[in-house]
Design a protein around this ligand. Structure first.
Ligand code: LUZ
Ligand code: MOS
Length: 762
């Protein structure tokens, strides 16, 4: 089944926040952000701004009736700055005017005086100064300290990954509408409607039941709207609360890039020990996470770094320590992979370092250490592994030997171009690492005409979750999908939702839909059995008809639905699903946090232009563990998108802050994301379809985040190509590997072979 949104998407008819028809009297907001990264506010003067044409009112912290607090995990984040500013762009005032243009113009007239304080942008410096967001976390398996003496080889190094701008096509925004008795309905471009509702309630000092948050769909989230959609909704709601008028704020791209957080950059130390037969015996890592100015989701991101610090490998002795470091940047936040990619990059760097020092293939070490079923993760859970299956299938299906021969041939006959290869196995845990969040609800109504309406806590953001929810309902009822409609995500229909995140949305909400539909189906069957005077066990509902003992009756779906209603039986159900068997003990750092894991392997081939440092990816060939995919078209799209997003993070997306904490890569002219020219020329995706039982909806494994980490292969393929050109080159394990860095690396050490003249002239 195709994505049900494709019809309106391609016609430009899908409704996003900024497409909602505005009500009469709507006002427009714009936030004034701090011009410096750290300092004490000595004066704030909005009088000139307030006198600008069209300006209705300017709100500051003193206008907040409830608490000036929007922190999620840690209450350390004011809605509007009060006393101090902690990052460049931190909202200090909220201008509300008759038009968006008037609001933007007035923002420039706000006057502020700030006594500057020292700015920290580097996480290691923050750690040294004791600026930690939460206590350090440590995962331990076996005894690393004892294991070093058994290792034949030990290598150490540093690995660093940069930030990443979410660049959802739809920027952040909200639209609040006043209702009677201080109630509000707020449209928000959020992955977490309940988080928005909860924080608005805190800020306004009203109970949550006064505030409806309603979401039709997002133009992308990628984690950037898991926690950080709250701010804009709270600002609009604050203005609506005072003015009793609708208020809309849809951010400009440059406002969004400046004021919102990104993927957490990390700077990490690793130490890896191997035996002669290339078994990794010991691994130690220290992760320094750049959290930015406040906690946001960084403590949870930090945790997932530890969960995935050994990626797809079994290592018997592990000690991994993680520090969440406070800096004067916008709070960094969730981004597809949620700390997992940052952890995996470090172990891949450690393996690469070992391979380079030993003069062997990186893949030989990777392959010798793949997780097997029964192996223990550093957090105590036992693997049910497909790691070896994915790797072996990739090797044989894509004829790795032939790929290698082709590369060797090419490299021996070209002087100015080099090809490089990498293999990237991935293992990603599915569930929120915070166990309590692994719950969801669905509300299903069957109407008297036989049509079905479904509400869940799932937010559609392009990932196709609504299509999957629709498939679940249509399949359980055995009716044509065109009889089912997925309604918007509203906190009045579905309460207390977890955000649509952690790749778990289709599983959690899908299971709730399945439960609700199954319950209604049972009532329908019971009614049919009464009518046909037989046992319920002999009744089936199939292809929109009632079947008795395997034969179709003349009772249609519509007929049965109406008959059930006439008998005063409920055609509605609200169901609750909570993932069974997941638990985690934070004091011991052990448990069974994940419902299951997703595995896969990617083979990446790149060609580097060794004169220019530019590169093209020839191919990425993937074997991915889908379980039993319920929607291969959507799942394939998730893999392609995730892969390319990961490759962008590893190669071209470079976030640059200057020493004053000012974002220099603040527009699409200075921040590059993969386009049609930079995607791999070929993306091959093969399904490792398994019929094994798992906790996924219809055994169709979660697919949102895992493929992003295939992109890490791009970094190591580039490194391989650089080494093929200049074997003595040893570039830092520092992503992104931009063309500039590639060029510097190619010539970082003298190139032994001289170039043939005719090739240089070519
Ligand atoms: N969000 C969250 C996530 O709150 N907890 C998680 O474990 C998670 N994992 C991935 C992406 N978002
Ligand atoms: Mo996410 S990083 O699953 O919002």
């Amino acid at each position: 089944m195709k994505n049900i949104d494709s019809f309106t998407h391609v016609r430009g008819k899908s409704i996003y926040l900024d497409d909602i028809p505005v009500l009469q009297g709507t006002l427009y907001g714009a936030a004034y952000g701090s011009p410096v990264a750290h300092g004490k506010i000595t004066s704030l003067d909005v009088s000139e701004a307030e006198a600008m044409p069209g300006v209705v009112r300017i709100f500051t912290a003193k206008d907040i009736p409830g608490e000036n607090q929007i922190g999620g995990i840690v209450p350390d984040e004011p809605l509007l700055a009060e006393g101090h500013v902690h990052f460049n762009g931190m909202p200090v005032a909220f201008v509300v005017a008759e038009s968006a243009e008037a609001a933007q113009a007035a923002v420039h007239k706000v006057k502020i005086e700030i006594e500057p304080l020292p700015v920290i942008t580097d996480p290691r410096e923050a750690r040294a100064k004791g600026e930690l967001i939460v206590k350090p976390r440590q995962f331990v398996l076996g005894d690393v300290d004892a294991a070093w003496s058994q290792c034949d080889y030990i290598f150490e190094g540093i690995a660093e990954t940069g930030g990443q701008e979410h660049l959802y096509i739809e920027t952040q925004g909200a639209y609040s509408i006043p209702l009677e008795n201080n109630r509000q309905k707020v449209y928000s471009s959020t992955q977490g409607p309940t988080a928005v509702q909860r924080h608005m309630a805190v800020v306004l000092g009203v109970p949550m039941h006064q505030l409806e948050v309603d979401v039709t769909r997002l133009g992308g989230g990628f984690g950037g709207k898991e926690d950080q959609a709250t701010l804009w909704a709270c600002l609009c709601a604050l203005a609506t609360h005072h003015l009793k008028r609708p208020v809309k704020y849809s951010l400009h791209r440059m406002e969004d890039m400046r004021m919102t957080g990104k993927r957490n950059p990390y700077s990490s130390d690793f130490k890896i020990g191997l035996s002669k037969d290339l078994k990794i015996l010991a691994y130690e890592a220290e992760f320094h996470q750049n959290a930015g100015a406040s906690a946001d989701l960084s403590p949870a991101v930090l945790e997932r770094t530890l969960f995935h610090c050994t990626n797809s490998y079994f290592i018997p002795n592990v000690k991994a320590t993680a520090f969440s470091c406070r800096t004067h940047l916008p709070s960094n936040t969730a981004f597809r992979g949620f700390g997992g990619p940052q952890g995996m990059f470090v172990i891949e760097s450690a393996i690469a370092k070992a391979a380079e020092e030993l003069g062997i293939d990186k893949a030989d070490i990777q392959k010798a250490n793949l997780l097997r079923t029964g192996d223990e993760f550093p957090y105590g859970q036992k693997a049910v592994s497909e790691a070896v299956e994915c790797w072996s299938k990739a090797e044989s299906l894509y004829e790795l030997d032939k790929i290698k021969c082709g590369i060797a041939d090419f490299n021996s006959t070209n002087k100015l171009f080099r090809k490089g290869l990498s293999l990237m196995p991935v293992c990603f845990g599915i569930s929120f690492t915070k166990t309590l969040m692994n719950q969801a609800r669905a509300l299903v109504h069957v109407y008297t005409d036989g049509s079905v309406g479904v509400s869940t806590g799932a937010v559609e953001m392009g990932q196709g979750v609504n299509t999957k929810m629709l498939q679940v309902a249509a399949q359980v009822f055995s009716i044509n999908p065109n009889k089912v409609k997925i309604h918007s995500t509203s906190t009045f229909r579905i309460a207390n939702t977890s955000p649509s995140a952690a790749s778990a949305t289709a599983d959690l909400n899908g299971k709730a839909v399945q439960m609700a539909c199954t319950e209604i189906l049972q009532r329908l069957k019971t009614r049919a059995a009464e009518r046909l005077q037989c046992e319920v066990g002999n009744i089936e509902i199939k292809n929109e008809f009632v079947w008795l003992n395997g034969a179709q009756t003349d009772i249609s779906w519509e007929n049965l639905v109406l008959d059930t209603y006439f008998n005063r039986i409920s055609l509605s159900e609200h169901a609750h699903y909570a993932t069974p068997d997941v638990h985690f003990d934070g004091t011991k750092e052990k448990g069974h946090p994940f419902a299951y894991h997703v595995y896969g392997t990617a083979i990446t081939v790149v060609t580097v232009d060794c004169l220019r440092g530019t590169y093209e990816f020839d191919a990425v060939k993937i074997v991915h563990d889908f379980g039993s995919s319920m929607n291969p078209i959507i799942d394939r799209g998730q893999i392609e998108g995730g892969l390319v997003q990961g490759m962008g993070w590893m190669t071209m997306e470079e976030i640059v802050y200057d020493g004053e904490g000012r974002l220099r890569s603040n527009a699409l002219s200075t921040y590059k994301v993969p386009d049609i020219y930079s995607v791999p020329k070929e993306i091959a995706i093969d399904y490792l379809q398994t019929e094994k039982d798992n906790l996924a909806i219809f055994r169709s494994k979660a697919v949102g985040e895992p493929p992003l980490m295939y992109g890490i292969g791009a970094f190591f393929a580039l490194r391989d190509a650089i080494k093929a050109f200049n074997p003595s080159a040893s570039p830092a394990f520092s992503a992104p590997m931009t063309p500039e860095k590639v060029l510097l690396a190619l010539y970082s050490k003298p190139v032994k072979e001289t170039l043939h003249e005719e090739e240089v002239s070519r």
